[in-house]
Design a protein around this ligand. Structure first.
Ligand SMILES: NCc1[nH]cc(CCC(=O)O)c1CC(=O)O
Ligand SMILES: [Zn+2]
Ligand SMILES: [Zn+2]
Length: 370
């Protein structure tokens, strides 16, 4: 150290010491009058930095820390057993046939993967019709995958997404009337049959994402009637908003509607009140878990869900568009991928979720220690 820098260092230190001394004396005099003065007490409590000066004390600031058991990983199961196709708009994610799924999952399960959610992708010609018949085909990809995964990975928690859009020729999430609108009664009947087929095949959890009115009640009643309600979790996509964030998923699942859109059954992005009503309704109809989707654009809805359903776990689906956006921005040098993935997830947990459906799950298995 040169003489001049030593001098300035000493000067700095003594200035620092003076500052500390004056802080202490200020704090003492404030403390003696604190009982009578709110603003003075406020000055003492303005000293926050000490509370999070260590990595551990920083971690303690979060109500919930992400752990591997909070993550559900979405899988696209093709009806072509040997298929393994990269989905261009969904970085690093593939459509896989049954023969490719187990080799892919084995190392992930070893790293602590706890749960997957299954989406069927029928690509065989003629696999789609107006009623979505292939959704609960016992030889279809989802039912076969449920059985295979239960057998191969006894500790893996299997969620089956329940919807018709991947299986209908028109790509809508239910059965249509002649005028192209959803026939709610027929749709609910069909959706609840599909949920039952997945539950009987061994899914630990069925998750209807169709947004037809009354499907939670219908599914719960069928589960009760069949005597399996005690062993199947019913997770409702209660607050599912329409918008532009499902694009890559629709590429992956081939479920883009052939006409119209999903605005009549998915919620309008501004519909906070409607979301609250849907959440309340689904709780009353027997949902065990409430899901909000998308996640980062709807953090207020996640927090509403936690407030309305105090006694239920809340799940958030960080959807394909959110995931693709983070990848694109990271690639453009806007931020570091890992840091953003962690920050987005932290926001989702902070809002009130304790379950996160995320395409980042394989990365988190590497990044997390528990
Ligand atoms: N009912 C279909 C369904 N189930 C899950 C997603 C979206 C998941 C994602 O974007 O990652 C969708 C898309 C949609 O409603 O079009
Ligand atoms: Zn679906
Ligand atoms: Zn659907």
């Amino acid at each position: 150290m040169s003489f001049s820098s030593l001098v300035s260092d000493i000067a700095f230190r003594s200035a620092e010491r003076d500052e500390v001394r004056s802080q202490v004396s200020r704090a003492k005099s404030y403390a003696s009058t604190a009982a009578t003065s709110v603003s003075i007490a406020g000055d003492i409590s303005s000293q926050l930095h000490g509370g999070y000066s260590h990595p551990l004390s920083r971690a303690w600031q979060a109500e919930r820390q992400l752990t591997k058991s909070m993550l559900i990983y979405p899988l696209f199961i093709s009806d072509q057993p040997d298929e393994e196709t990269l989905i261009p708009s969904l970085p690093n994610q593939h459509r896989r046939g049954l023969n490719k799924v187990v080799p892919y999952l084995t190392p992930l399960v070893e790293k602590g993967l706890k749960s997957v959610i299954l989406f069927g992708v029928p690509v065989a010609p003629g696999a789609k019709d107006a009623l979505g018949t292939s959704a609960d085909d016992p030889k279809g990809p989802v039912i076969k995958a449920i059985r295979l995964l239960r057998r191969t990975f006894p500790d893996l928690f299997i969620v089956a997404d329940v919807c018709l859009c991947e299986y209908t020729s028109h790509g809508h999430c239910g059965i249509l009337r002649d005028d192209g609108s959803l026939n709610n009664t027929l749709s609910v009947d069909r959706i609840s049959d599909v949920a039952m087929a997945y539950a009987t095949a061994g899914a630990h959890c069925v998750a209807p994402s169709d947004m037809n009115d009354g499907r939670i009640r219908a599914i719960k009643l069928k589960l009760i009637e069949a005597g399996i309600a005690h062993q199947v979790v019913l997770m409702s996509y209660s607050a599912k908003f329409s918008g532009c964030l499902y694009g890559p998923f629709r590429d992956a699942a081939g479920s883009c509607p052939s006409f119209g859109d999903r605005r009549c059954y998915q919620l309008p992005p501004g519909g906070r009140g409607l979301a609250r009503r849907a959440i309340t309704r689904d709780i009353n109809e027997g949902a065990d878990i409430i899901m909000v989707k998308p996640a980062s654009q709807y953090l207020d809805i996640i927090s509403d869900a936690k407030e309305i359903g105090k006694d239920l776990p809340v799940a958030a689906y960080q959807v394909s568009g959110e995931y693709a956006m983070i990848h694109a921005a990271a690639k453009a040098g806007v931020f570091d991928l890992r840091q953003m993935a962690e920050e987005a997830t932290q926001g989702i947990l902070r809002a009130g979720a304790s379950i996160v459906v995320s395409y980042f799950t394989p990365e988190f298995l590497d990044w997390l220690s528990n």
